[in-house]
Write a protein that binds this ligand. Structure first.
Ligand code: HEC
Length: 262
């Protein structure tokens, strides 16, 4: 099993490399068809209105001189596909594409967009580094400390909603020098609940040393009792099960702890 993990990772990497290699080759052939067939058709039937000077509907198709230009802006080609599919383009009173050319063009754009989507799959595009929203921050502190009464974001400004109306969008979660100051204050407040113990850090609901000590002692007492209770239950269970088994319980009972560890 241990050996399977690195092998699996290696295989993922290999298949990833294969996929990449295949798509690069594909794009070479997409590039050739684009220059040899798509571009000349666009020149004949679209440039009248969509070259760099005319740009009807704010669309300049002439700037797509080769496939790499197309690949830099597939969104425009989604629009081209839509216009071709709906029959909006090119206008009816102009020389029309032959049925064959039209089918070819539609098919090419559709299949190219599909290949592009495949090549970009898994890439979310530029991702904004985002801070936690106030709610996320509060819940994270609750999870880390186990103290639900903490309200560290109390003094933070309210998170703004982005255009979409969500408060957890990276662009809307801005950070300002003033907010950094508030984060530090919040962290100090949380740190006051930390209790340093030989085995690590624990958090207490209280901030005074005396209250913290009392709370932790009470907590430890509870867990020690729980451990004792559990071992008793296990032993009783074993005893009842052992009554018709060859295990001689008396041999184990005096050294209970050793027995339980096995
Ligand atoms: C006779 C002029 C003319 C020709 C030829 C023409 N178009 Fe258009 N195209 C227009 C006009 C005008 C608009 C703007 C329409 C509007 O805004 O309602 C437009 C809009 C578009 C749009 C939408 C742009 C946008 O962003 O909204 C696309 C895509 C498009 N054309 C693609 C093509 C393609 C592909 C061809 C060739 C097959 C073509 N057009 C041929 C005049 C033309």
């Amino acid at each position: 099993m241990k050996r399977a993990i690195p092998i699996a990772i290696a295989l993922v990497f290999l298949s990833y490399k294969d996929a990449k290699a295949a798509s690069t080759e594909d794009f070479e052939s997409w590039g050739k068809t684009y220059t040899q067939r798509v571009l000349p058709l666009a020149e004949l039937y679209c440039f009248d209105c969509h070259d760099a000077d005319t740009k009807k509907g704010e669309l300049d198709l002439q700037r797509f001189g080769d496939l790499s230009a197309v690949r830099a802006d597939p969104k425009t080609w989604q629009n081209v596909l839509f216009q071709l599919e709906t029959g909006e383009m090119q206008p009816k009173d102009k020389p029309q594409l032959s049925a064959e050319d039209r089918t070819f063009l539609l098919d090419w754009v559709e299949r190219y967009l599909h290949a592009e989507a495949g090549a970009q799959a898994g890439d979310p595009g530029p991702v904004m580094i985002r801070r936690l929203s106030n709610v996320e921050y509060t819940y994270t502190i609750h999870d880390l400390t186990g103290i639900d009464s903490l309200a560290p974001a109390r003094e933070f400004p309210v998170d703004g909603a982005a255009g979409e109306g969500f408060t957890n969008v990276g662009e809307a979660l801005t950070m300002s020098p003033a907010l950094v100051g508030k984060y530090l204050d919040a962290a100090k407040e949380v740190a006051e609940h930390a209790v340093l113990l030989p085995e690590g850090i624990e958090f207490s609901r209280y901030t005074s040393r005396r209250d913290q000590t009392n709370e932790l002692i009470a907590r430890k007492k509870k867990s020690i009792i729980a451990i004792l209770m559990r071992s008793r239950v296990t032993i009783c269970h074993r005893i009842s099960r052992a009554s018709n088994s060859p295990i001689v319980l008396e041999n184990y009972c005096p050294s209970r702890s050793t027995w339980r560890q096995r």
